[in-house]
Ligand binder design. Structure first.
Ligand SMILES: Cc1ncc(COP(=O)(O)O)c(C=O)c1O
Length: 393
């Protein structure tokens, strides 16, 4: 039997009629950038997360970049984050000219170790960017407390964690801003690239909205006024979030970006967001079966903190003999993935930051042991049984 790490074809087939219908509707509407589907999806997403504003963008990386920019973070500033994450987390910090400052992770949840954050705070620190890695929330109460004490902003990298909860509260509503990715393999993925910024802060929302479209239009004017403390009433006309009818489209107020969610992606995501809770529950059911089957093996199974409702973007096992496990599972047709083989403080691109091996012992330890096996809602019982058998063998 061959089982991929994720089966996007199976997901597509489960919703094919509806996805085809809405895609064709966008094609025939000839309204491809921003517009009704994007606005409606932003409303639905904000409601789902329980925040005031959702601003869709081209991908999760851009969401992080725009969030940092909207907060005014740039050259010489420091942002605290984790080295045990996808590169885009730290890359976004570097992309705005700031410096990623790494803090090691907890050995059990793989999330930032909050007991080590305060040691890394300097006069240049502006924000903390926790990552809800593999779909489980970081320790947000502790993070927010530290941020409050040191007057720092908090940006959740929620790219892997749509639908997750922390102490009953939704991931994405736990900091000043949060960012999501709709990369196709994410729990809520589109048919290309996509991302979302969310916030309860009206001003940050206006600036992020302006930045995604060249700093132009009515949002651009409002953002310019906010950033320069100018009190002037700017009207919001119907077309202010539209690429074609935006009344101030060719008036630029900030140096921004061109990073928007396509209408086709928004239409697809509007169909899929209705499924996300069901899909995440199914992931948890599969994980219960895995945990029960693997608990007495010579493997470390993932830990879910009692505060958290995990969404298992990845199911991560640890083995002393990772290479042996990977090659045997490959022989049996079970796909695996290594997340993450090189912690970010040891990436070549960051050699000038001056970290060395041994600086982040937990992340380094994990990077030699962790691997993912398939977990996705479309796995059937026969496949789950086969995966369990193969891992046990
Ligand atoms: C933790 C994390 N941050 C950021 C990103 C960036 O998202 P995107 O690939 O949509 O740019 C991803 C996903 O790829 C991610 O997993």
């Amino acid at each position: 039997m061959n089982i991929p790490l994720i089966d996007l074809k199976a997901q597509y087939e489960s919703l094919a009629d509806e996805l085809n219908k809405v895609t064709l509707q966008v094609l025939s509407s000839a309204n491809y950038i921003l517009g009704k589907n994007v606005t409606e999806f932003e409303k639905e997403f904000a409601e789902y997360v329980g925040v005031k504003h959702a601003i869709s963008v081209g991908n999760g990386t851009d969401a992080l970049v725009l969030a940092l920019k909207a907060m005014g973070i740039g050259e010489g500033d420091e942002v605290i984050t984790t080295p045990f994450t996808f590169f885009a987390t730290a890359e976004s910090i570097s992309a705005v000219g700031a410096i990623p400052v790494f803090v090691d992770v907890r050995k059990d949840t793989f999330n930032i170790d909050t007991s080590k954050i305060e040691d890394k705070i300097t006069k240049n620190t502006k924000a903390i960017m926790p990552v809800h890695i593999f779909g489980q929330a970081a320790d947000m109460d502790e993070i927010n407390e530290i941020a409050k004490k040191h007057n720092l902003l908090v940006i959740e990298d929620a790219c892997q964690a749509i639908g997750g909860k922390y102490k009953g509260r939704n991931i994405g509503s736990l900091g000043d801003m949060a960012c999501f990715s709709f990369f196709p393999t994410k729990n809520l993925g589109c048919a290309g690239d996509g991302g979302m910024i969310v916030t309860d802060n009206d001003d940050l929302a206006v600036i992020a909205r302006a930045l995604r479209t060249h700093g132009s239009g009515e949002n651009g004017q409002k953002a310019f006024n906010l950033l320069n403390n100018i009190e002037e009433k700017v009207q919001t006309s119907e077309g202010s979030n539209d690429t074609i009818y935006n009344p101030l489209k060719y008036y630029n107020y900030l140096i921004g970006y061109n990073t928007r969610l396509d209408a086709i992606q928004a239409a697809i995501l509007r169909v899929k967001i209705r499924e996300i809770d069901k899909w995440n529950s199914r992931r948890r059911e599969i994980v219960e079966q895995y945990n029960e089957a693997f608990k007495d093996l010579d493997l470390v199974i993932p830990v879910c903190d009692e505060d958290n409702q995990h969404v298992y973007h990845m199911y991560i096992l640890q083995s002393e003999d990772r290479e042996g496990m990977l090659s045997k599972l490959k022989d049996k047709g079970v796909a695996t993935g290594v997340y993450y083989p090189v912690p970010l403080h040891l990436q070549k691109v960051y050699k000038d930051l001056g970290y060395k091996e041994g600086d982040m012992p937990v992340s380094e330890y994990l990077s030699h042991r962790t691997f993912a096996i398939p977990v996705y809602p479309e796995l059937n019982e026969e496949q789950i049984k086969y995966i369990i058998e193969c891992v046990k063998k």
